[in-house]
Design a protein around this ligand. Structure first.
Ligand SMILES: [Mg+2]
Length: 371
């Protein structure tokens, strides 16, 4: 039964607006144009995957290119064994080097099928056991410090213990925002900053020095995506861990960053890595170097976040979680899967149903194509 071949693949569009747009140094996201992949095997096991190509300036793909590419990828793997994930992903990765968001959706659906075939929740299929996992919540760029503080207050009121702040503004303009949030939050709340490549080297030095008494966890992607050497120089110069995000897509990137001493932490996002199979490799490389990982997201619904949460639960080296995209959704199209605790802000609950446990209410899906 578990060797049952892939029988059909359905590709659909999912549009959900956010309650508030998220503005960062390199773009703004108002809502999400995601692609949903539903793979059904001959024995009737269904696997669900989601692509969220909302940031083409990071991943180089869009909902339109994902939608087209998905149809080609479907034809490539139909009729073949779903549970042979490494083989299927080698075919998919060999077909196209770009389009990581949609490659991730296929990977996620295949892992969903494999875990269901094994009758295990995905984290257990990946060799993990239940542990507490908790996400931060992100504050995007606000016009004024007062607006930033209001957002931080709402996050604290919701009971979160970690705040991620989008930085990367010109000059030292970030400093009063971060300082005000630390003063509001007190000493016990974790604060991380993410500049999304917005600083150059001297600006990064000046900002991190100006924030050195604010007890931050780390500085994420302070410099441009390609500037590994700058990251390494910065890391030598400041007393704050450096986390690579846009600079790391694959295991090869992770290895190069580590060899160059360019970062302390690596941010895995399934939509950059092309899925769980690559996320596991990045984490293994980080772990071998004694480096922690974080796991982040783009604009996934609780479907894509469920896959990421299972990976995080299965690998304790994935220490920092930023899986907050669905927190901003105007409506929730997902049945099952990961949920946010209603009292303890950021605490994530994963069901023990087989697979990643999430599926989409198909009534909201649009332009479905069946291969
Ligand atoms: Mg980031």
């Amino acid at each position: 039964m578990s060797q049952s071949p892939i029988k059909t693949i359905e590709i659909s569009r999912l549009h959900i607006p956010f309650t508030q747009s998220i503005k960062v140094a390199i773009g703004e996201v108002m809502g999400t144009e995601n692609i949903i992949v539903k793979i059904t095997t001959g024995s009737g096991i269904v696997g669900w995957g989601e692509a969220s190509p909302c940031c083409p300036y990071i991943t180089g793909d869009t909902a339109d290119t994902n939608y087209q590419t998905a149809q080609q990828l479907a034809k490539l793997i139909i009729g073949k064994a779903a549970v042979a994930i490494e083989a299927r992903m080698a075919e998919i990765n060999g077909f196209i080097v770009g389009e990581p968001s949609i490659r991730s959706a296929f990977d996620m659906a295949l892992y969903d099928i494999a875990a269901k075939a094994a009758n295990m929740p995905l984290y257990r299929f990946l060799g993990g056991e239940r542990r507490e996992i908790r996400t931060d919540l992100t504050i995007g760029w606000q016009e004024t410090v007062e607006q930033t503080v209001a957002q931080a207050q709402a996050i604290l009121d919701a009971g979160f213990d970690a705040i991620k702040m989008k930085t990367g503004r010109p000059g030292l303009c970030d400093v009063p925002h971060v300082k005000a949030v630390r003063e509001l939050a007190g000493p016990d709340i974790a604060i991380k900053i993410d500049s999304n490549q917005g600083w150059d080297y001297p600006t990064a030095i000046a900002n991190i020095n100006a924030m050195k008494h604010l007890n931050l966890d780390y500085s994420e992607q302070p410099l441009k995506v390609w500037d590994y050497e700058g990251l390494a120089r910065l890391r030598d110069k400041v007393n704050l861990p450096i986390c690579a995000d846009e600079s790391v897509f694959t295991d090869k990137d992770a290895l190069k960053l580590i060899k160059q001493g360019a970062c302390d932490y690596l941010n895995i996002k399934l939509g950059k890595a092309g899925g769980i199979h690559m996320g596991l490799k990045i984490n293994a490389i980080a772990e071998a170097n004694g480096s922690k990982c974080m796991i982040g997201c783009f604009g996934e619904s609780r479907l894509g976040l469920s896959a990421a949460a299972h990976l995080a639960m299965a690998r304790p080296n994935i220490t920092f979680l930023d899986l907050d995209s669905a927190y901003h959704f105007k409506s929730d199209p997902v049945i099952g899967g990961v949920t946010y605790d209603e009292k303890v802000g950021g605490l994530l609950h994963l069901p023990d149903t087989p697979g990643h446990g999430a599926e989409i209410d198909e009534i909201v899906l649009q332009e479905t194509i069946k291969i």
